[in-house]
Every structure is written in structure tokens, then in C-alpha cells.
Design a protein around this ligand. Structure first.
Ligand SMILES: [Zn+2]
Length: 219
């Protein structure tokens, strides 16, 4: 799951426009940021199945970034961190919305990953409905989530924000579709970790820029 996570961030932005869009992108992608950081340090692992050219999805050992217990803890930490910096009546709302944005990553990933998302540690029971085994279905789900979220987000008042964010969503969707439908060679774990971190941090930067630019437009 990639674009669907950004869709959740756009929905949360509509619910609470005072939350920074870059922060929301980071919250929805927090567990992947942790995953790719831990992959680079050799703490979590990504594998290319022998039949990669047929299935075109990677598999993971990722109890600390994506397990159920870990996901709850990441959500709790992100919500608490956001609430700490929020002001007055925005505090409780920030906690709930940031925690929900983070935890939504677990729920969406359970839909697409093969059964590899552990409840607790790596040896515990694993979840995953394996939609990636049916790529057209998985990509359709991303498309539906991205389209619905974009339509709802389009009702926001800032014209520049609309153009940039919708352009970003379409680019992500194109990158995802190209990589999942046509890639024949599995990337190395370092390659995929570095490129994913770059992609996520770039989108967070775009979110911060869009928010600043929108605020400037309104004043
Ligand atoms: Zn993930």
C-alpha cells in the first residue's frame, strides 16, 4: 500500500485543516519510515521472493515497525507527541487524529500484505489478506482510496494546494503501477530502502510547502 496511506492523510486534513499536511503525510507513512530506517541498519529485513518477476511484491520481517503491538505504540507516541506541541482545544483532537492516521497504516497494510504482519514479536501469529497476490485488485483499491480522498480534498479552498497535491497523488499512483506491473528485477534492500525514504521525505516536504503556500494565499 502506498497511495492509499496518503489518501488517509488527505481525509484527516479535511477533518482538521489546522494540522500540517506534511505532518499528516509523515504520520500516515511513519511505519514505513521506521521500516526503511531499520532495514538500512539491518534490524528488519526485506526479501525478494524467487518468483518476483511473477508476483512483483516483496516480503518482510518487520515486527518493530509494522506489528500490531508496535503499530499501537507508534500511534500512541505520534498522537502524544503531536498533542504535546498543540495548543489549547486542539490538543485532544490532534492526539486522536494523528494516532488514527498512524494506525490506519497498519489496517491498510493488513489488506495488501501476505500473512507476514505479526501481532507482537516476529514469532507471533501473523496477519495479512494478501491482496498483493491479485495485483489488479490491490492497485484498484489504491486507486479507489486515492480518488475518493482526492475528491474530498478537492473541496478545500486553496487552489495551489489542490493542484500540487493532486499532481503528487497521480505521480505516486503512476510510480506504484509501473513498479508493480512492469518491474522484472527485484531491487536490492538498500536500493528500495533509500529510494522509499527519499520518496516519503519528499512527499512530507511537499506537504509542508503546500501548507505554507496555502496559508500565504489566504492572507
Ligand atoms: Zn507499510
Amino acid at each position: 500500500m502506498l497511495v492509499g496511506h496518503y489518501g488517509v492523510a488527505l481525509l484527516v486534513k479535511r477533518l482538521e485543516p489546522r494540522l500540517n499536511l506534511g505532518l499528516l503525510f509523515g504520520a500516515a507513512m511513519l511505519q514505513d519510515l521506521v521500516l526503511w530506517g531499520l532495514v538500512l541498519y539491518g534490524v528488519e529485513n526485506v526479501h525478494s521472493p524467487a518468483d518476483y518477476s511473477h508476483g512483483r511484491f516483496l516480503t518482510f520481517d518487520f515486527p518493530y515497525s509494522h506489528g500490531l503491538l508496535a503499530s499501537l505504540l507508534w500511534a500512541l507516541m505520534a498522537g502524544s507527541g503531536g498533542a504535546w506541541f498543540a495548543l489549547g482545544n486542539l490538543r485532544a483532537r490532534t492526539f486522536l487524529l494523528l494516532a488514527a492516521a498512524v494506525f490506519s497504516h497498519f489496517l491498510l497494510d493488513v489488506l495488501v500484505h501476505v500473512p507476514e504482519i505479526p501481532l507482537f514479536g516476529q514469532q507471533s501469529r501473523k496477519l495479512g489478506f494478501g491482496l498483493w497476490k491479485h495485483l489488479p485488485l490491490a492497485i484498484s483499491l489504491e486507486l479507489v482510496l486515492a480518488t475518493c480522498a482526492s475528491i474530498i480534498y478537492l473541496r478545500s479552498p486553496e487552489p495551489t494546494a489542490k493542484r500540487v497535491v493532486i499532481g503528487m497523488m497521480m505521480t505516486l499512483l503512476a510510480v506504484l503501477t509501473a513498479s508493480q506491473l512492469w518491474a522484472s528485477q527485484p531491487p536490492s534492500s538498500t536500493q528500495v530502502a533509500v529510494s522509499s525514504l527519499f520518496l516519503i521525505l519528499t512527499t512530507c516536504g511537499i506537504g509542508v510547502w503546500v501548507d505554507r503556500h496555502s496559508n500565504g494565499e489566504k492572507t
